[in-house]
Design a protein around this ligand. Structure first.
Ligand SMILES: C[S@@+](CC[C@H](N)C(=O)[O-])C[C@H]1O[C@@H](n2cnc3c(N)ncnc32)[C@H](O)[C@@H]1O
Length: 323
């Protein structure tokens, strides 16, 4: 039984203010300018992402939820009883409920996220809703190795939904899957959600909705720089842009300067040409066979694949090859 008197806490952040400042200054001095997408997720960014998940154009969330709803019993059968579930980039912690409800006596849930307040809030909600489950949040960058709190005699299953793996380049994805294999340990499995290549208009609309929520999410990065690094970005003079990059099979999000201007960040003056862009996110799209080959390069084999009726999204059950 868990100790209900102990407050939820997450181990110390590995991603502090210094890392954010360094990444922004390095990224804005590069040509072309680029800032890693993980910095979208301050409290405001996480809130905006949750709104994106409810948009009609944003098919990935409801499609993946449908697959998980249909196949949670299959996942539970493969995972076995007494599992510790470790989620990478756990966000609002909505999808995991489908697995927790289907698994046979899950022992612990370890949500890992870079967005600290959001992580603690969603962990507290899960803690209240699943009284028999140990909830052990970890505030960390999932791309770097870290210690997973583990329960004795529990098999470990990773969970990486949301096609968050698509935000990594192929090389970064292979490296992440290697690190995840180490983190989860010998014998581990992993349930992973992967967005599939489809009609370009459907893809573009998902990242450029009519209500402008994704635009607000993208531009919040500049607002975050203003708030946390003393930036002077005027958001009226920057615009949200998306493109599908055919060569890399990925949606790219950019922020475009709508006029020639200069901006100060952390005391450093930076100039922007009219039309110059900051590359803020990649969202790679895969085929099932292409992703399975990538997972194989990182030491994972594919135990099962489930897709929706339109083949828009896939959920794969991976197992460590040396398991
Ligand atoms: C695309 S959202 C997916 C959220 C949720 N898993 C879902 O499926 O709806 C990405 C999540 O991963 C987190 N995240 C992004 N990059 C991260 C990183 N490098 N380390 C840890 N968490 C990260 C974000 O804060 C966010 O909660």
């Amino acid at each position: 039984m868990k100790d209900t008197t102990a407050p939820l806490h997450a181990p110390e952040a590995q991603t502090g203010q210094d890392e954010f400042a360094q990444a922004v200054l390095d990224g804005l001095r590069r040509n072309p300018k680029a800032i890693p997408s993980k910095f979208f997720y301050d409290a405001k960014g996480s809130h905006l992402f949750d709104k994106i998940c409810d948009l009609e154009e944003y098919y990935p969330t409801r499609t993946e939820l449908g697959i998980l709803r249909s196949h949670a019993p299959d996942i539970a059968t493969i995972a076995g009883s007494d599992a510790t579930l470790v989620e990478f980039g756990s966000g609002a912690g909505v999808k995991v409920r489908l697995l927790l409800d289907a698994l046979d006596t899950p022992r612990a849930y370890v949500p890992i996220d870079i967005s600290r307040d959001h992580l603690l809030a969603s962990s507290a909600q899960l803690d209240a809703d699943y009284p028999a489950l140990r909830i052990l949040p970890v505030h960390a960058d999932f791309a770097t190795p870290f210690e997973v709190p583990r329960m004795a005699s529990s098999n470990v299953v990773g969970f990486f939904p949301g096609s968050t793996i698509g935000n990594l380049t192929a090389e970064e994805a292979v490296s992440f899957l290697h690190v995840a294999a180490e983190t989860l340990g010998k014998g581990a499995g992993m349930v992973i959600g992967v967005d599939l290549i489809k009609d370009r208009d459907v893809l573009r609309a998902a990242y450029d909705d009519r209500e402008g929520v994704t635009a607000a999410f993208n531009l919040n990065l500049l607002a975050r720089i203003n708030r946390e690094l003393g930036g002077t970005f005027n958001l009226d003079h920057f615009a949200h842009r998306t493109v599908f990059n055919e060569a890399h099979a990925r949606i790219e999000m950019h922020i475009e300067s709508t006029k020639a201007q200069s901006v100060t960040v952390a005391g450093l003056r930076l100039s922007f040409e009219k039309g110059e862009r900051i590359h803020t996110e990649n969202s790679h799209k895969y085929t099932v066979s292409g992703f399975s080959a990538l997972a194989g390069r990182a030491g994972w084999s594919v135990r099962a694949v489930w897709t929706d009726e339109q083949d828009w999204f896939a959920v794969l059950y991976l197992e460590r090859l040396d398991g």
